[in-house]
Design a protein around this ligand. Sequence first.
Ligand code: NIG
Ligand code: FE
Length: 397
Amino acid sequence: MSHLVTGIAQLVTNDPALGDGSELGLLEHAAIVVENERVAWVGPAVQAPSADTATDLGGRAVVPGFVDSHSHLVFAGDRSAEFAARMTGEPYTGGGIATTMAATRAAGDEELLEHVQKLLAEMRSQGTTTVEIKSGYGLDVEEEARALRIAAQVTSEVTFLGAHVVPPALRDRREDYVKLVAGDMLAACAPYARWADVFCEPASAYAFDGDETRTILQACAAAGLELRVHGNQLSAGPGVQIATELDAASVDHCTHLTDADVAALGAAGQRIDPENPSTGTVATLLPGVEFSTRSPYPDARRLLAAGAVIALASDCNPGSCFTSSMPLVIALAVREMNMSPAQALWSATLGGAIALRRNDIGRVRVGARADLAVLEAPSYLHLAYRPGVPLARTLEL
Ligand code: NIG
Ligand code: FE
């Protein structure tokens, strides 16, 4: 069955070989043919071939579906009171993760899965077509494996984050927890996960310092997992340096960066081949977190000038940022992180794909997955120009 999609006023392909030659590869008055969930043809509408069925989008813009490369959707409970306290001056420390751990452990499998599905539906309804999901609210062997089993039911981008924080029961025995994560927990979790992640943050009593982070990530890599890091969120810690040294696919947050961190991310970005992203480290920025924790926003322009490759993601989680909206993330990145609307859209689509080392998503070209978002607008600029307005939806054919 082939489907012809017409009435596309502006198509963002992210393929400079198509359209206007810019990074976004813009095509005006475009059409797409989709077959077996893949793009079979893309080009000017006047040249479109015929197909079995047709959809006319009536002059709307189409962009690659958003690739949300960082989320924590497997959880139960509510931390809105913690958010309210922050808005009146309390700092974010990561300490609330233990609250979510207790609520998550108390929830049944069905309840957790239904909640994940509800959040995913929320994401899809706003144009997101790929979502990475982390564990990290189980914090013992069985509970972390359970979270990953649930995540694996809805996405192939599953991340083992047993090293989210040291659970309260082991706070005085951190070394034991690090051993557990790198040993029995990893063994139980590796079959369900593609990725491993660590919350590297020496400034927090709860997260993991540089040595602990290295130990855990090296064990995970030896078990065949690919690496990502929560780094430099609360302070200019060693997360960026460790991530780039170990060739992690991405280091996420990057809120507090030294000049050496910016240089390392620039060099790591130069190692990335966007056509075949198998090496190099992306800087994943999460502006929803700065928004929801009243933290300073990192300067994306400084990173781009150094040569870094930037992804934008939601970090959807109950503590530091409970938004599922990639359009909001794009608007914040433009307003607060000095990105142009074009750079922000690229980072929320192809940037996310590269952060997941995927070359089948994030672009509209023949052979790629036909993961598309339609905008209730004539151009992609409206994503940042009309903040808070629900313009994007996933194109369901
Ligand atoms: O990405 N920083 C660590 N983890 C999450 C927050 C988790 C939580 O507070 O529940 C983050 O910000
Ligand atoms: Fe996170």
